[in-house]
Structure formats: C-alpha cells, structure tokens
Design a protein around this ligand. Structure first.
Ligand SMILES: NC(=O)c1ccc[n+]([C@@H]2O[C@H](COP(=O)([O-])OP(=O)(O)OC[C@H]3O[C@@H](n4cnc5c(N)ncnc54)[C@H](OP(=O)(O)O)[C@@H]3O)[C@@H](O)[C@H]2O)c1
Length: 245
C-alpha cells in the first residue's frame, strides 16, 4: 500500500500532539500535516527524520481552504484525518452544574471550538477528495455527548456541543456515502485522558481510569484497525466498544 498523508487538527493539544507523535513512526504515513494555533514544537523542527508540515491557523474558512489546497498538492493521498479540537473550561469558567449558570457568550465559545470548527474542517476536506479517495476521518468527541447515555446531567454547553458535533458528523457521513464511498468516519471517545482539558476534574477519577495521551493515541490506532463492515460511521470508545448515540 502506498503511504499516505495524515492531517491532524489541534496538533498542540494533549491528545492531538500524542497522535502526531504516533503518526510520525507509522510506516503507512509519509507526511503529517499538523494544524494548530501555536508554533511548531522544536522536537519536530530539529529532527530531519520527521516529515511534519506545520500550519499555524486561526481556523478561519480562508485558512482551512489554503491548508486543504496545500494538502491536495502533496504527491501522496490524504488517508487519515484527526480532528482533536475541544474545550471544557477556561480562565474563570467551567462546565455548568446548574442551568442558572448558562452564559450565552461562553456557550457560543464552547460551540465554536467543539462543533463549528470541526464541522468546517469536515466541509473543507471535501476539496481534497474525489470519488475514489480512501480515508479515515476521526473526530474527537466525548461520551457525555451521547443523548441516550446522559444520566447525570450538568455540563450543558460541553455536552450539547458534542451532541451537536455528533449530529453533524452523522449527517456528513450520509452525504459522504453518496459522494465519497471509501471514506469512513470514527466519532471517538478517548476516555478520561490526562491533558489540560481534564486537569480540574481528575481528583475523582481512579488512577486506572485516567489514561495518558500516548495510551489513547495508541488505542485509537488499534480501534482504526477493527473491521467496520458496510458502515461508514461508528461511535466508539478507546477500547473499541460502541457508544450509544
Ligand atoms: N481529555 C479528556 O479527558 C477528554 C475526554 C473526552 C473527550 N476529549 C476530547 O478530546 C479532544 C482533545 O482534547 P485534549 O484532552 O487533548 O485537550 P487539550 O489538551 O486541552 O487540547 C485542546 C485542543 O483544542 C484545541 N483548541 C482549544 N482552544 C481552541 C480555540 N480557541 N480554537 C481552536 N482550537 C482550540 C487545541 O488546539 P491547538 O493545537 O491550537 O492548541 C487542542 O487541540 C477534545 O475534543 C476533547 O473534547 C477529551
């Protein structure tokens, strides 16, 4: 099989960075195209063995178009896309415990990063594909975005932004099945992972249930190897188990 190009969106995040590190030692990947708001880390710049093309992006539509155009111009096909952007808390704010805590501005902020940005990427990559393209598109979501699985409530903006994201991916998968028959979507729940996103909430998590980002990146690669039959979209966790929508 000819090695392909992997695109990682949100490449400076805990999980996004671990995915990049995992991909650069993958024989099936010849180039990692990494997108982040931050500059390229020194460990990639100084290593001639590493083929990483780093784009600093504000995720504006113009930026997405330009990055996708540069991906189209690479010699190898795009075979893996990982979208790892997400936010749960920030300076002076966190997930809501009560409906009274909902704040319009923060809700827009959370939806923009968790739903709008990934959706625009799913739109933008259509310019790279043709009817014969074969690619796995992995979207980092969360089990708390499952409507059926919601038993504990709370976290209004985060939960609903992930539920909306899941619906966008599901809807895109229906359209992609008509236009790009060999593109498969994986909506992925990584489990509680030791990154800045989960830091304030780790106290109540038993150590065995708190994963390193490297473990999650490796688990994701294993999950991608599972056969998926005729289905072009799955919602799975780090162990490869189905998550209810
Ligand atoms: N950690 C967990 O326990 C956990 C559990 C369930 C689901 N997830 C999901 O896994 C994904 C990765 O999260 P993580 O744990 O790696 O968290 P993280 O270390 O905090 O990384 C956050 C990610 O979001 C991007 N991001 C943050 N603010 C942004 C903004 N204003 N505009 C554009 N991008 C922004 C970052 O991209 P840059 O490269 O630009 O910094 C980075 O990729 C998220 O979708 C998260 O919801 C995580």
């Amino acid at each position: 099989m000819m090695p392909g190009v992997a695109l990682v969106v949100g490449a400076s995040g805990g999980i996004g960075a671990a995915i990049c590190d995992r991909l650069i030692s993958d024989d099936n990947i010849s180039v990692v195209v990494a997108v982040s708001r931050s500059d390229c880390p020194a460990r990639y710049i100084n290593d001639p063995k590493v083929s990483v093309v780093w784009h600093v992006s504000d995720h504006s539509e113009q930026s997405l178009v330009e990055i996708c155009r540069s991906v189209s111009q690479l010699e190898q096909p795009l075979t893996k896309v990982f979208i790892a952007t997400g936010v749960l808390h920030g300076e002076g704010w966190g997930p809501e415990k009560r409906i009274e805590s909902l704040d319009a501005e923060l809700m827009h902020h959370v939806f923009h990063i968790n739903t709008v940005i990934p959706s625009l990427w799913i739109k933008a990559i259509t310019s790279v594909f043709n009817a014969a393209s074969s690619c796995d598109v992995i979207i980092l979501s969360a089990r708390v975005g499952s409507i059926q699985d919601n038993r504990s409530g709370g976290w209004y903006a985060y939960r609903s932004s992930k539920a909306a994201l899941n619906m966008v991916v599901k809807t895109a998968a229906i359209e992609y099945a008509r236009r790009f028959k060999n593109i498969r979507f994986l909506v992925f729940h990584p489990g509680t992972t030791d990154t800045s996103l989960s830091k304030p909430f780790q106290k109540s998590v038993p150590s065995a249930a708190l994963f390193s980002a490297d473990y999650v990146a490796e688990s994701l690669m294993q999950v991608l190897m599972q056969p998926n039959g005729d289905c072009n979209i799955r919602f799975l966790d780090w162990a490869g188990k189905e998550v209810v929508w």
